[in-house]
Design a protein around this ligand. Structure first.
Ligand SMILES: [Zn+2]
Length: 261
């Protein structure tokens, strides 16, 4: 049976593809080639696995060039600045990849994206850093970021910044994303946070960031059969019963969310 990926059912809204081509014209031109090389890389890994060479024939696929063209397009379409953090670039690429998939494009491209950007995290960070250095001289550093509402909606991240963690899972309070802790590594350096590798399950969830800052993740404080959790909107501390999953409504701002304890 084929692996069921948690983002697999994602479908674009009506007319969203037309909007994408209009608002992000250069990205829309770069994405087909990016997906093509992701798919070739996926196939090469499958084939090489059969011959016991798990790295695949990565170099010969034009992967680096496709990444470079996409980075240039992202900057020219004003969705990210050249001086942004490397991880921010990977976040934006992940959002675009999911969006492109939702237009009916190949799932295997997303699986390779997951393999490369989550599992081979330091390798992928290097590639992005290198390519950004290669294109720096081409880019106008004063380029402004888009403030267009429709554009911002198109590139809105598929996860929030309000997460919880317990003994088994780490999850998004505002979106139905839950990841086993076996797929996550806690890191202290260079920045404290959580590194999503999906090394245990290999079920890459592209809705999940590759890295989450520690301050975005809350562990509920459990005491006398009650847990204290913070509202993802206004930070109000809320006292809830200790169940496997709780639905909470903030008494202060009425925000509703679900989380595990
Ligand atoms: Zn609140």
């Amino acid at each position: 049976m084929a692996t069921q990926y948690p983002f697999a059912d994602l479908k674009a809204k009506y007319n969203e593809f037309e909007l994408f081509k209009k608002k992000l014209p250069q990205v829309a031109v770069a994405m087909p080639e990016f997906f093509r090389v992701l798919e070739i890389s996926f196939k090469s890994i499958e084939q090489k696995n059969a011959f016991n060479q798990p790295q695949g024939i990565y170099q010969s696929t034009g992967f680096d060039t496709a990444v470079k063209m996409l980075l240039i397009a992202m900057i020219n379409d004003q969705i990210i600045g050249i001086n942004s953090d490397t991880v921010e670039f990977i976040h934006a690429m992940r959002t675009l990849t999911l969006k492109w998939y939702s237009f009916g494009n190949e799932l295997n491209a997303c699986v390779y994206f997951g393999h490369y950007f989550y599992s081979l995290h330091s390798q992928s960070l290097h590639l992005i850093k290198d390519q950004l250095n290669n294109i720096r001289f081409l880019i106008d550093e004063t380029n402004q970021l888009s403030k267009d509402v429709a554009t911002l909606e198109l590139i809105k991240p598929p996860s929030s910044n309000a997460w919880y963690i317990n003994d088994d899972v780490i999850g998004d309070k505002l979106l139905p994303i839950v990841v086993s802790k076996r797929d996550v590594t806690k890191v202290d350096l260079p920045i404290p946070g959580y590194q999503f590798s999906f090394n245990a399950s290999k079920i890459y969830d592209l809705r999940t960031p590759v890295f989450l800052h520690a301050h975005c993740v809350e562990r509920p404080q459990v005491n006398n059969g009650k847990a204290i959790v913070s509202c993802p909107s206004c930070s109000q501390k809320c006292r809830v019963p200790v169940f496997h999953t709780v639905e909470v409504k903030c008494p202060n701002c009425k925000q509703v969310w679900q989380q595990r304890i």
